[in-house]
Write a protein that binds this ligand. Structure first.
Ligand SMILES: [Fe+2]
Length: 404
C-alpha cells in the first residue's frame, strides 16, 4: 500500500479512536451462573415492568425445548413470549423482515435471543429495524448508522465464540448479492447477557472448535491492532489465557463444567475487547469467503489466522511476542521473531488438534481471488487498525497462499 493510502487509513482510525470517547459502550448487565436462564433472567425481566417479549431462537434449540423452563418461569411472573424459531443460519433480509413484522403484530415490548451468533445477530438486526423503520437493512450497514435505540435486548449465547452478546455488531447476509455486511453501532450492545454454561453441555465438537477459534481470532486481532486500550488489551490477554488453558479440554468433553464456563467467559471477554478495538484482515477475508462460498465463520477464521499473522511479518512481532510471554509459549530470553512464530505455531497446533483444514483447497477458486480481495479491502480499509495496512493486491497474495 502506498504512503498516501496508508496515511489516510491511519488518520481515519485516529478519528474513530477519538469518537469512541463520546460513544456509550455500556456493557450488558451480566447474569452469569448455571441456571441463570430459568431463574435469574425471569426475576430480572419482571423488574423491567415489560410483560411481552419476542424470543428469537434457532430452530434446533427450539425443537430441543431449551427455552421451556424459562418460558414457564416467565409465565408465572405474568410475562408472555412470542416465539420466532425460523433461525437456522446467519440472518438474511427475509428472516429479519419477517421477524420485524411478527414483532409488531404481536405487540412485543422487548427482544430475547437464545442461540449462537446467528440468533443473536438476527435479534439485533430486528431491533435496529424496529427502532429505525425508515432505514432499510443496507442503509443500517456500516458504522454508527442506527439512529434510534432498539427495544430492550437480552442475549443468551449457546456457543462460546461469537461474543455477540456484548458486541456492537450484527452480521447480515445479502443473499441476492452474495454478500455479507455488518451493522455496527453501540446501540446494538444487548442490555442483558446471560452466561449459563449448562446451555453448552451438548455442543458438538466441530462447533466447540470453530466458535472457540473465532473467539481466539477476536482476541488476537483486537490485541495486535493499533486501537487497543489498557482495558481491551487486558480483556484480550485474559481471553487468550482462558482459551489456551481450556479450549482443548472443552473440545475433548463438552460436559467439563470448568472448561465450558471458562470458554463462555473467554468468548465474552474477547467480544468486549474487539467491540472497542476492532478485528482485522482475518475477519475481512473470512466475511468475503463466507459470502462467496458459505463457509462457516469460525472455521474460515481458523484457517486464515496463521496466514494473515505471517503476512504481517515484523509489524506484529512485538504484540505477538507479548502474547507469547503471557501464555509462556517460549522462554523469556527468546527474541520477538521467535516468540511471534511460537504464537503462530500454537494456532496451527490447535487447528490440527481440532481437525481444521490447513488451507482452502477444493473451495477457493483462483478466478475469484481478485473479487474476494477487493471485498476484504473494502471492509478492512480504512476502518480496521491492523498492524500493517494492505491493499487488495497484497490481500490477494494471502489468499493465493491459502489455496494449498
Ligand atoms: Fe468473528
Amino acid at each position: 500500500m502506498n504512503l498516501f493510502a496508508r496515511c489516510y487509513c491511519r488518520t481515519y482510525q485516529k478519528v474513530f479512536l477519538l469518537a469512541r470517547r463520546f460513544l456509550d459502550f455500556s456493557e450488558p448487565d451480566l447474569l452469569e451462573r448455571e441456571g441463570a436462564l430459568k431463574e435469574d433472567l425471569p426475576a430480572t425481566l419482571k423488574m423491567t415492568g415489560l410483560d411481552h417479549f419476542f424470543l428469537v431462537i434457532s430452530k434446533f434449540l427450539f425443537d430441543k425445548g431449551v427455552h421451556l423452563e424459562m418460558e414457564k418461569a416467565l409465565k408465572e411472573r405474568g410475562i408472555v413470549l412470542t416465539i420466532y424459531s425460523d433461525v437456522d443460519a446467519e440472518p438474511t433480509f427475509d428472516l429479519i423482515e419477517k421477524g420485524v413484522s411478527l414483532y409488531k403484530e404481536s405487540g412485543s415490548q422487548g427482544l430475547i435471543a437464545i442461540g449462537g451468533g446467528s440468533a443473536m445477530d438476527t435479534m439485533k438486526a430486528i431491533g435496529a429495524r424496529i427502532a429505525n423503520p425508515k432505514k432499510s437493512l443496507p442503509k443500517l450497514g456500516g458504522v454508527l448508522k442506527v439512529t434510534h435505540m432498539p427495544p430492550l435486548m437480552v442475549a443468551i449465547p449457546t456457543t462460546a465464540g461469537t461474543g455477540s452478546e456484548v458486541t456492537v455488531a450484527a452480521v447480515v447476509v445479502d443473499k441476492a448479492n452474495h454478500d455479507k455486511f455488518s451493522i455496527n453501532d453501540p446501540k446494538l450492545i444487548p442490555d442483558i447477557a446471560v452466561l449459563d454454561g449448562s446451555l453448552l453441555a451438548s455442543l458438538p465438537k466441530s462447533l466447540i472448535a470453530q466458535t472457540g477459534m473465532d473467539a481466539l481470532t477476536h482476541a488476537i486481532e483486537s490485541y495486535i491492532g493499533h486501537s487497543g486500550t489498557k482495558k481491551t488489551k487486558k480483556d484480550a490477554l485474559t481471553a487468550m489465557k482462558l482459551i489456551h488453558e481450556h479450549l482443548p479440554s472443552f473440545y475433548k468433553d463438552a460436559k467439563n463444567v470448568e472448561a465450558r464456563d471458562a470458554m463462555l467467559k473467554a468468548s465474552y471477554l474477547a467480544g468486549l475487547s474487539f467491540t472497542k478495538a476492532y478485528v482485522g484482515y482475518v475477519h475481512a477475508l473470512a466475511h468475503a469467503m463466507g459470502g462467496f462460498y458459505g463457509t462457516s465463520h469460525g472455521w474460515t477464521n481458523a484457517v486464515l489466522l496463521p496466514y494473515v499473522l505471517k503476512a504481517f511479518g515484523k509489524s506484529a512481532y512485538k504484540k505477538l511476542a507479548e502474547i507469547s510471554d503471557h501464555l509462556a509459549l517460549t522462554g523469556k530470553e527468546a527474541n520477538p521473531q521467535t516468540k511471534a512464530a511460537a504464537v503462530i505455531a500454537w494456532i496451527e497446533e490447535l487447528n490440527e488438534t481440532f481437525g481444521i483444514e490447513k488451507n482452502f483447497a477444493g473451495i477457493l477458486k483462483k478466478e475469484d481471488i481478485p473479487a474476494l480481495a477487493k471485498h476484504a479491502e473494502k471492509e478492512g480499509n480504512p476502518l480496521y487498525p491492523v498492524p500493517k495496512e494492505m491493499n487488495a493486491k497484497e490481500l490477494e497474495k494471502i489468499l493465493e497462499e491459502t489455496m494449498g
